[in-house]
Design a binder for this molecule. Structure first.
Ligand code: HEM
Length: 317
């Protein structure tokens, strides 16, 4: 009896040690907030991840770690770090971790195809709708931007046909507004989680293979060194005095490296055609009696969207 009891106690101690070990920061891991024994980082406010991650970056630097349950999460911040992590180390950092459900269990080709179509559809609708919602909300706050877009469209395209992709080059102001919408809307601030194929060293830290990596795109899109007054919506930041488009390469809304958004080209086309056609055909105005949400407010689910609002689209043509 005593023998069985000691085996049970021994096993329990081993399990407890294993759990305890899993829920603390290992040696030379990227720094982060102190972990609570057996609970990990319950002291982190994940209900407002944007604010919390900005705060944690200030406190712990560009690469910080969190222990959430038994999962280690590494957040990588800043354009240079993200390029180094996702491009230079792309062979190790470009898989999807198990937790996202991205890793397909081989279940036959048809299933895989169906699943891919489903993934593409899901990724494609929410994101485009969100970007257009930000576009609309911003224009309700800034009618002068809407007017300037419409003037450019009238001069280049006229009224008799809808804008086409061939017009894009001749509509730099409209293009700048769309880039600024992609930056300011910040609709996928944490991209999608990445996984590692093996343990790795990064910026002098050890990162274990089973960590989930969050590429913090918010840290790029809202970086004051890349974009002056980043919390201001200002399409002119992308235009030179003679109207040429510049500086758009830092708008990394679609991610960086091998797992960059598969729908980027499609999304850019859709946004251009929807946005310019909308402005050509309609005047977007505030709906009487309805208050607009603040531009700084947002709802963060899989993507980041503005809070619900009403808009009146007055037909022009
Ligand atoms: C404004 C619109 C969009 C934005 C901002 C956006 C952004 C992103 C981001 C940040 C990622 C993750 C990149 C990474 O993990 O490093 C991603 C992945 C992906 N996006 Fe998009 N996306 C948009 C529209 C679309 C559209 C229209 C489609 C499809 C028609 C699409 C399909 C995908 C797919 C399939 C992936 C996963 C790629 C992979 O795992 O290799 N996205 N997107």
């Amino acid at each position: 009896m005593e023998y069985i009891l000691s085996i049970l106690l021994g096993s329990l101690a081993l399990i407890l040690y294993h759990v305890w070990n899993k829920m603390r920061r290992g040696h030379n891991w990227p720094p982060g907030p102190p972990t609570v024994p057996f609970l990990g980082n319950v002291n982190v406010d994940l209900s407002d991840r944007l604010k919390e991650f900005r705060k944690l970056r200030k406190l712990y630097g560009d690469v910080f770690s969190l222990v959430l349950g038994t999962q280690t999460v590494i957040v990588v911040n800043g354009l240079a770090n993200l390029k180094e992590f996702l491009i230079k180390n792309g062979d190790k950092t470009s898989i999807r971790p198990n937790t996202t459900g991205f890793k397909d269990i081989a279940k036959g080709k048809d299933f895989q195809l169906l699943r891919s179509v489903n993934d593409l559809f899901a990724a494609g609708t929410d994101t485009t709708v969100n970007s257009l919602s930000w576009f609309t909300l911003v224009l309700l706050y800034k009618p002068e931007i809407q007017q300037r877009m419409r003037k450019e469209i009238e001069e280049v395209v006229g009224d008799s046909r809808l804008p086409s992709l061939a017009d894009r080059e001749k509509l730099p102001y409209c293009d700048a507004v769309i880039h600024e919408t992609l930056r300011f809307g910040n609709i996928a601030p944490f991209a999608l989680p990445h996984g590692l194929t093996e343990d790795m060293q990064f910026n002098g830290y050890f990162i274990p293979k089973d960590a989930v990596i969050i590429p913090n795109l918010d840290s790029v899109l809202m970086d004051p060194d890349l974009f002056k007054d980043p919390f201001e919506f200002n399409p002119l930041r992308f235009l030179t005095d003679d109207g040429c488009l510049v500086g758009t390469e830092n708008v990394q809304t679609f991610g960086i490296g091998r797992r960059i958004c598969l729908g980027e080209a499609l999304a850019r086309m859709e946004l251009f055609l929807f946005a310019t056609s909308l402005i050509q055909r309609f005047e977007l105005v505030r709906s009487d009696g309805h208050k607009l949400p603040e531009l700084t407010e947002s709802k963060l689910g899989t993507t980041r969207s503005p809070l619900p609002f009403m808009v009146k689209a007055v037909e022009r043509l």
